[in-house]
Design a protein around this ligand. Sequence first.
Ligand code: ZN
Length: 132
Amino acid sequence: MLTPHSICLHGSQNVGMNDVYISVLEKQMAQKKVTKKRKHVPHRICIACREAVGKRGLIRIVRTADGVVVDLGGKLPGRGAYLHSRIDCWRIALETNLIGRALRTRVSAEATQKLKQFSTTLVETVMASDNA
Ligand SMILES: [Zn+2]
């Protein structure tokens, strides 16, 4: 039962056996499913820095009939875009009209003003909750 190979793996025979077993299973699964689909993770991309993050940590901005608003509850219907909850990303997005482009709409001066205002309040709130 003891072969020289099993010792090379992880110094433990059992772990070595397990590894082999799993890799065989994976091969079988790979043969069955040739689809390239990865596990679907609810990752969003911050429109400013293009970093993919989990939904948490991003703030949704949504285009509604009344204009572009911040959707803190994440429940407003409509085309949405995501931004990090850090002011840097908001600055970039607001200065370069990334929000308007992402939402395929024109962000009114009023809405921009509101978003700017929101972004300034944001930093403190988020920092506080980050520490918690
Ligand atoms: Zn970002």
